[in-house]
Design a protein around this ligand. Sequence first.
Ligand SMILES: Cc1cc2nc3c(=O)[nH]c(=O)nc-3n(C[C@H](O)[C@H](O)[C@H](O)COP(=O)(O)OP(=O)(O)OC[C@H]3O[C@@H](n4cnc5c(N)ncnc54)[C@H](O)[C@@H]3O)c2cc1C
Ligand SMILES: NC(=O)C1=CN([C@@H]2O[C@H](COP(=O)(O)OP(=O)(O)OC[C@H]3O[C@@H](n4cnc5c(N)ncnc54)[C@H](O)[C@@H]3O)[C@@H](O)[C@H]2O)C=CC1
Ligand SMILES: [Co+2]
Ligand SMILES: [K+]
Ligand SMILES: [Mg+2]
Length: 516
Amino acid sequence: MHSLRSLRRIISIFSHINPTFRTVMTSSNECSAGIIVIGDEILKGQTADTNSHFICKHLFSWGVKVKRISVVGDDLQTIAKEISDFSQKFTHVITTGGIGPTHDDVTFEGVAQAFGDKLSPNPDIVKLCKEYFGAEDMSSPKMKLAMVPSTARLVYGVTKKTGEKNKFPLVVIRNVCVFPGVPSILERSFVTLEDLFKNPAGKCYMEEIYVEKDEVSIAAVLTEFDDKHRREVTLGSYPDFTNSFYKVKLTLESNKADFLSQAKRSLIDKLPEGSVVNFDKDPVANAADRVFSVLQSQTIDKPFRDKLQHSINIIEQSLEKYGLDETCIGFNGGKDCTAILHLFHAVIKRKYPDYADKLKALYIRSKLPFPEVEQFIQVSRDRYNLDMLNFNGRIRDCLGDLRAQQPNIKAVVMGTRNTDPYSSHLEGFSMTDTDWPQFMRVNPMLGWTYSDVWFFLRSLYIPYCSLYDRGYTSLGSMNNTHPNPVLQFIDDRGVVCYKPAYLLQEGCKERDGRNT
Ligand SMILES: Cc1cc2nc3c(=O)[nH]c(=O)nc-3n(C[C@H](O)[C@H](O)[C@H](O)COP(=O)(O)OP(=O)(O)OC[C@H]3O[C@@H](n4cnc5c(N)ncnc54)[C@H](O)[C@@H]3O)c2cc1C
Ligand SMILES: NC(=O)C1=CN([C@@H]2O[C@H](COP(=O)(O)OP(=O)(O)OC[C@H]3O[C@@H](n4cnc5c(N)ncnc54)[C@H](O)[C@@H]3O)[C@@H](O)[C@H]2O)C=CC1
Ligand SMILES: [Co+2]
Ligand SMILES: [K+]
Ligand SMILES: [Mg+2]
């Protein structure tokens, strides 16, 4: 009943102040919002607006429909006009930015002007500015925060988990909520204000469908579905030109959960056969369960399951022997070590469910690395929570540097396979050659074939470096690696193209795109 209560409250506040004021609502249970992002730096492209994205995500989950986002500069007249306009159109108006202590921040003045109000020191904020920010008197720049429209009320957010009340309040004038622009402060404050915004009647259920065909080829089906179900289901279609596993993400939203699953099934039935992908949005979070369920799956080749089990055994033995302190994973962004990183992560999650430290990963940068590879390594670092040990130069020299800098590391888990050059003699555990710095090379996937690697990556939806989707099948440096000629074809328009790496049938031709 929140929205009704807050509606009455808002109306009573409005009619008290300005009897002609009316909020606009499109339907009885619709709680809308407009966001005004304020700051010259956003319009100049010096700061990317992350606040509106954060706010939209949370409001959506709380049942509030964001109808518009506006970005304006730090200009008093513009801010005042936008606030006046938004406050009449939407249930909630949320502003971010422009409340700092400097001359250029004028958001509170803008709100005051919009409502014919004046700024005055708010006694509660004055007290806070003295206690927490050490403001000594009213002329202190720190005190500017306390100069808010005289009709402002203060809302103290509450941390749901602990029940703790925030020290610093949100300033609300009529239906306008004024937030700072600093993302960390805004985010911390926003999540404590669920009760102010939440609209249970607007709760939306959402389903996603991932499709392997492009939008053009499914547009007719979507139009037909939309014509029929528009009243109950909102259908969205979002192409992704970089994803390795799907081309289009479809979203279905409805406030009726049972209707939604029915609609989803009927849409899947209409889509071209075999085009729907069972995509896993978060394969890393589910890694342990997913990987270990492969071992049990009767639909997967027994020989592959045996290899996977053997790889897991080697990783486990290595962990028994060396523990995580003495182990790092050799990670250069290639497909093999991507598979092994995922497996390593899964085994650790299974063996030490509470482990929260970073896994150490060794990256030795060659002279001319592909930017796509470097970028993939960066993203993987965050995805798998890696502590990157980066070195530049020849592998052997860098292993000497690793020994000097991290003397505790004794073992390196690697994605080497027996078919790699000079690797046919290697075993699960092989010390480096005698003339190399001494490390235990842990090789869990020696027996995997080229297609085993792709089967593993593709069937678990494990993200891999984008170059593999452009015909590269083995990655060295930029000066010695090309797309694999075996995968080349000429498309309808006569353009030379390459099929993705996972379609290479002949594993023995894996290195055909490399000079070395
Ligand atoms: C830790 C380590 C120990 C080595 N010990 C020896 C040795 O004793 N004798 C010898 O002759 N050669 C050794 N090498 C070199 C190795 O045999 C290969 O020459 C080298 O990995 C490049 O082979 P590739 O192009 O097939 O790469 P890949 O197939 O990409 O390499 C196989 C695996 O090695 C690891 N790896 C490779 N390159 C890097 C890198 N730049 N940064 C981090 N990890 C990487 C990854 O886990 C990768 O999956 C070692 C390499 C590493 C990383
Ligand atoms: N500690 C607390 O709880 C509170 C502190 N404050 C004070 O408010 C002041 C800051 O006010 P602001 O309005 O934030 O000043 P501001 O408008 O100058 O913005 C500050 C920074 O936030 C970034 N920013 C602004 N809008 C953004 C957006 N949409 N997306 C991403 N980044 C964005 C800007 O780049 C800028 O560097 C500080 O002095 C702070 O101490 C304000 C409220 C609460
Ligand atoms: Co509401
Ligand atoms: K400022
Ligand atoms: Mg500003």
